[in-house]
Design a protein around this ligand. Structure first.
Ligand code: DMJ
Length: 643
């Protein structure tokens, strides 16, 4: 039987006309496009979206920022139940696609070193965008005149005024002080030994349950307690422990993580910790690791204004704003706490890109209009405008101010913009935030669009030390005034400790509702081994040598021993006002990096890490003052000799 082909009917056997088939295909492709398109508009929590989109385009898992929401997260819920928080995506600015780079000889010093060391990157020509961008940025920077000389550790050492560890490692001549210092060293060894025994390679120790904690602040990086401890172990002369830590960095610190990290936390703990370990010891491994890590942070700055977002995927370079930060804004204490480390990344790499990134932030902040001269805590990385008018010297604002004065000091007092901005900010803080309580206590209130919140956070207690170290460099007639203010704030913070049952201070204390320097809200009563109050004691001791600061430090040691020391480490407590303590089961890495280091320095002679040569980053990692003229003179001398 012969089938006759009907006119206008396709041969496909579907029985459709060509035009009908075309219409059908058009409809089908429209439907498919619509379905995939719709995925982008689904809320980020929808599972379907996570399945269909690549990981880097979905929302990352992380916790809050280092300045206010960092470590207390674990107090709210059991760690094991931590879950993703919403974030504001910035995928528009930073592509997450893989790019194939053409083979090109590397121009960077660190890459050369890596090749010489038989490093892993030699044959890897398919790099994620983050790598690609920073490689091209690097090339641009060197085109723009990054110096060709390499960093010389010997020259750097030659430009220090004093030996970093002093004459006798800072050993005090007074036997009682020496005994106290030995006690702090024992505490460090105890904290470290337990971390090593139960949590080696994890980020923190959980001292009650005797296991490790990883968390989600560091984007898959591990060993936060190791990196944070390197310099403390070294200055305390705990050399066996320091060597274990160094070996771990050599063999196990893997920077090729692909997780979402807090730019701020990675910078202050990992970059800061590795930098100071390098400057103190001259061990090349710390330098090569920190340069490798520094490069991974650069894509966070790829925003319309160059103000980085809070969260970065260390593998892809994609960055996000914290979901809790209003309208996709960046946090002052986070993007304002990069300067010290980034200047040193430029020093070590001889690549100006790092300094350019932070100078750009500085320029924007300098230019932008400030309400009453104050710097609000939230800024849009897209428009470069403030997002709301909450000002605080505590969480969300704190270390921005600290880094202004420390940038000036670290520049060998040449960075005049930093100086001007610091004293301008301090003047505005004094005019708007500094208060005196009816009981005569000086404190820093918070400012919400002109309305004062009479609360001071533990975090804000660093400001005693900050105002103290800046006292010498403002107007000469204000020197004593600044020293007095620094002493008053430190006194108030000490009061917040003495007014509690445990003699440890709460997370936040208030000056309204009848009380003074006391937490009135239940959820402000915890203490998580934070350093800020002790940090101010240390600076005030160095500046005044008033013995009360050492006594106050010793009170803190006794309280830590009594309430925070558990069988296998140190733990934060949930309520400083009750003697039947409940432990939070967390030995924060900053306890090893800051709290114990500041205590040790408090009971040491001033020539251990002298302030003439070193500034401490906000995680207490000492960074050397950059003596440009001296370094240049030394370079000229070298040339003369070699001619
Ligand atoms: C540390 O990580 C740093 O001091 C940071 O600036 C604020 N929070 C903690 C300590 O409290």
């Amino acid at each position: 039987m012969v089938f006759r082909k009907l006119p206008g009917v396709s041969a496909s056997g579907m029985g459709l006309r060509l035009s009908q088939k075309f219409m059908f295909l058009l409809f089908l492709s429209g439907l498919v496009t619509l379905c995939f398109g719709a995925l982008f508009f689904l809320p980020d929590s929808v599972r379907l979206k996570r399945i269909f989109l690549s990981k880097t385009e979905t929302q990352p898992v992380t916790v809050g920022s280092g300045s206010e929401n960092d470590a207390r997260e674990h107090l709210k819920k059991p760690r094991d139940q931590e879950h993703p928080r919403g974030m504001t995506s910035a995928k528009g600015e930073t592509s997450t696609k893989l790019k194939t780079l053409s083979r090109k000889p590397s121009v960077s010093h660190e890459a050369t070193e890596e090749r010489l060391a038989g490093g892993k990157a030699q044959e890897d020509f398919t790099l994620p965008r983050s790598k690609a961008e920073s490689a091209s940025e690097r090339a641009t920077a060197s085109d723009r005149g990054a110096t060709s000389d390499t960093f010389s550790y010997a020259k750097f050492k030659g430009c220090l005024l004093k030996a970093p560890l002093g004459r006798d490692n800072g050993k005090p001549s007074d036997p009682r002080t020496d005994e106290r210092r030995e006690k702090v060293k024992e505490m460090m060894k105890f904290a470290w030994d337990n971390y090593k025994r139960y949590a080696w390679g994890k980020n923190e120790l959980r001292p009650v349950t005797r296991n490790g904690h990883i968390g989600n602040m560091f984007g898959g990086l591990r060993g936060a307690s190791i990196i944070d401890s390197l310099d403390t172990l070294y200055i305390m002369g705990l050399m066996e422990e320091y060597n274990d830590a160094k070996e771990w960095v050599q063999t196990s610190l893997d920077l090729n993580s692909n997780g979402e990290a807090s730019l701020f936390e990675v910078n202050i703990r990992y970059v800061g910790g590795l930098l100071s370990a390098y400057y103190l010891t001259g061990e090349e491994v710390f330098k090569s690791k920190v340069l490798e890590l520094g490069e991974k942070l650069l894509p966070a700055f790829n925003t319309p204004t160059g103000i980085p977002r809070g969260v970065i995927n260390l593998g892809s370079g994609t960055s996000w704003s914290w979901g809790w930060a209003s309208a996709g804004s960046s946090i002052l204490a986070e993007f304002g706490t990069l300067h010290l480390e980034f200047v040193h990344l430029t020093e070590l790499s001889r690549n100006s890109i790092y300094t350019e990134k932070v100078m750009n932030i500085r320029k924007l902040l300098n230019k932008i209009e400030k309400p009453h001269g104050l710097y609000p805590n939230f800024l849009s990385p897209v428009s470069g405008n403030w997002v709301q008018h909450h000002v605080s010297i505590g969480g969300l604002g704190d270390s921005f101010y600290e880094y202004l004065i420390k940038s000036y000091l670290m520049s060998d007092k040449t960075d005049d913009d930093a100086k001007k901005m610091y004293y301008g900010a301090l003047e505005a803080i004094e005019a708007n935030l500094v208060q005196k309580s009816p009981g005569g206590l000086t404190y820093m209130a918070e400012w919400r669009g002109g309305i004062l919140d009479h609360k001071m956070g533990h975090l804000a207690c660093f400001s005693g030390g900050m105002i103290g170290i800046g006292a010498d460099d403002g107007a000469p007639e204000k020197r004593q005034h600044y020293l007095d203010l620094a002493a008053e704030i430190t006194h108030t913070c000490h009061e917040s400790y003495t007014r509690s049952a445990t003699k440890l201070g709460p997370e936040a204390f208030r000056f309204d509702g009848g009380g003074e320097a006391t937490a009135t809200r239940l959820n402000d009563r915890y203490y998580i081994l934070r350093p800020e109050v002790i940090e101010s004691y240390m600076y005030m001791w160095r500046l005044t040598h008033d013995p009360k600061y050492r006594e106050w430090g010793w009170e803190a040691v006794e309280a830590l021993e009594q309430h925070c020391r558990v069988e296998s480490g140190f733990s934060g407590i949930r309520d400083v006002y009750t003697m039947t303590v409940s432990h939070d089961n967390m030995q924060q890495s900053f306890f090893l990096s800051e709290t114990l280091k500041y205590l040790y320095l408090l009971f040491s002679d001033d020539d251990l890490l002298p302030l003439e040569d070193w500034v401490f980053n906000t995680e207490a990692h000492p960074l050397p003052i950059v003596r440009k003229t001296c370094l240049q003179d030394k370079a000229t001398q070298d040339k003369t000799v070699s001619i």
